[in-house]
Design a protein around this ligand. Structure first.
Ligand code: NAD
Length: 494
């Protein structure tokens, strides 16, 4: 049954209109087109939002382009102050924003509140980093002065995935803004509400055109990628879309495209590990409560030494089975539904393939009892997974953990690195040199030793191989929104 708070939230969201932020105004799509998402918990229609197209992207570009020189002329410290102000505004509206994400995404309200907090922390961090936009003086000669400067690109596009709506909408505007760019933000088709509300909240905080928010699906996304005036595209989403964006961008101009893509991340557990802690971390590493496992960084392959596999798997299965699926507005709920029918079908397709290939369902795999509506899948642990199975190689983006047993650390490392992706990885061992050796040899951009799941503002997050190009959540992200210029003043030192 639908939770009463859910019903109230859906009624409130339906009882008002939703518009995009373009040039400081809240506007509808030029064509008047709208689309309505589907509440993943109930299957009911969500409020209609603007279905933007190329023309809306063009209007957003004109506004962002007009605002760019003025924004770049403000000092980085002052821009940072405004970015921190954005964080404060989001924090003041944390409950409201979390409620919209719980409606759109279906993840529990408590987890969505944490996502607002993560956005505000990120805005706070980047807001304080303006003075890191430094150049260098280079002693390349004794008579001339050689120095470098960091300049903004102008208009930057930020294209987002569905799995952490307000966390990404809030945190991902921080670096480009502090670096002196104006931004066009496109939230995911499935989860636009919190970004649209953020646009309303920020309309009077930032000068008009500095932040623009366009909703819709692939059409406005592709229009941003193809826009000849947008030289910097920062994309978070699937590998297939990332490659499409690279291709589309390359058709029209030479652009700086950064990609934060998918993962098929390994957690290696060696026999000397603290197995209780490793089991707990394996459950946490799946990000089940935050996003029903729909997380790029989830450690969805557990590579465990044969000698401790039974003990570890028993504890992990108990952890999965203890999680309660349900309505995101029910405080007793640990895990919500998947975001959409498409995700639900994809997860089931891979589960069916795992069954056909001989994997064992140690727990889960079905629909949770009593939840007949919505895109719910029980948290699932698959054992007896072999490296050739599809579930051992493809990103599932759902609540499914595949367990593979290994005979030694070398085999674990070989399997960990055998997939196309290379986003995160985790190593559990008490032996310091094993830990360092494995961490160094994992083909992944972000590694935990004796941990999982957590990010830390300032620590670069980014993928290798098919998981992407570039690093975020750090000074590297800030600098990636600048272009380096070298200046030589002849005879300045002569
Ligand atoms: P997606 O690629 O389907 O969509 C992402 C965004 O791209 C959406 O805003 C979508 O509307 C837009 N888009 C779709 N087609 C486009 C096109 N042709 N041109 C331009 N834009 C287009 O991804 P998703 O399903 O929303 O998100 C899930 C994926 O995101 C997973 O693979 C996940 O691993 C990845 N992800 C990665 C990170 C990371 O930091 N590495 C973080 C979160 C999610």
């Amino acid at each position: 049954m639908i939770h009463p708070d859910h019903e109230n939230a859906a009624d409130r969201a339906a009882g008002r209109s939703w518009g995009m932020l373009v040039g400081g105004e809240i506007v509808q799509a030029r064509t008047g087109a709208t689309y309505a998402g589907v509440d993943p918990t109930t299957g009911a229609a969500l409020p209609a939002v603007p279905d933007g197209d190329e023309f809306d992207v063009e209007l957003a570009y004109e506004a962002a382009s007009a605002a760019a020189p003025g924004w770049a002329a403000i000092s980085p410290v002052e821009r940072g102050r405004l970015v921190r102000r954005i964080g404060a505004v989001l924090a003041e509206h944390a409950d409201e924003l979390a409620i919209l994400d719980a409606l759109d995404l279906g993840s529990p309200l408590a987890a969505m509140r944490l996502d607002v907090l993560r956005a505000t922390e990120s805005l706070e961090s980047f807001g304080g980093w303006g003075l890191n936009l430094t150049g260098e003086v280079i002693p390349a000669s004794t008579e001339h002065l050689h120095f470098t400067q960091r300049r903004p690109y102008g208009v930057v596009a930020r294209i987002l995935p569905f799995n952490h709506p307000i966390m990404f909408a809030g945190s991902k505007i921080a670096a480009p803004l502090v670096a002196g760019n104006t931004v066009i933000l496109k939230p995911a088709h499935q989860t636009p509400l919190s970004a649209l509300r953020m646009g309303e909240l920020l309309a009077d905080v930032l000068p008009p055109g500095v932040l623009n928010i366009v909703t819709g699906g692939a059409v406005p996304g592709a229009a941003l990628a193809r826009h000849p005036g947008i030289a910097r595209i920062a994309f978070i989403g699937s590998e297939a879309t990332g490659r499409a964006i690279q291709r589309a961008a390359a058709e029209v101009a030479v652009k700086h495209v950064s990609l934060e893509l998918g993962g098929k991340n390994a957690m290696i557990v060696l026999p000397d590990a603290d197995l209780d802690a490793a089991a707990e971390s394996a459950v946490q590493g799946m990000n089940l409560t935050a996003s029903t496992g729909q997380s790029c960084g989830s450690t969805s392959r557990l590579l465990v030494h044969r000698s401790c596999a039974d003990e570890l798997v028993d504890a992990v299965v108990a952890g999965f089975a203890a999680l309660r699926c349900g309505d995101p507005f029910d405080p007793a709920t640990d895990v919500g539904p998947l975001v959409s029918e498409q995700q639900y079908r994809k997860v089931h397709e891979l589960l069916t393939s795992a069954r056909g290939e001989g994997a064992t369902f140690a727990t889960g795999g079905g629909r949770p009892a009593g939840l007949d509506a919505g895109w719910f899948v029980e948290p699932t642990v698959l054992t007896g997974v072999s490296p050739r199975m599809r579930v051992a190689n493809e990103e599932i983006f759902g609540p499914v953990l595949s367990v593979l047993t290994v005979d030694d650390a070398e085999q674990a490392l070989m399997l960990a690195n055998a997939v196309d992706y290379g986003l995160t990885g985790a190593v559990w061992t008490r032996d310091l040199s094993s830990a360092h050796r494995l961490a160094a040899r994992l083909d992944a951009g972000f590694v935990w030793v004796n941990g999982s799941s957590r990010h830390f503002p300032g620590v670069p997050y980014g993928g290798w191989k098919a998981s992407g190009i570039g690093s975020e959540e750090s000074l590297d992200e800030l600098l990636s929104f600048t272009r380096l210029k070298a200046v030589t003043v002849f005879n300045a030192l002569a």
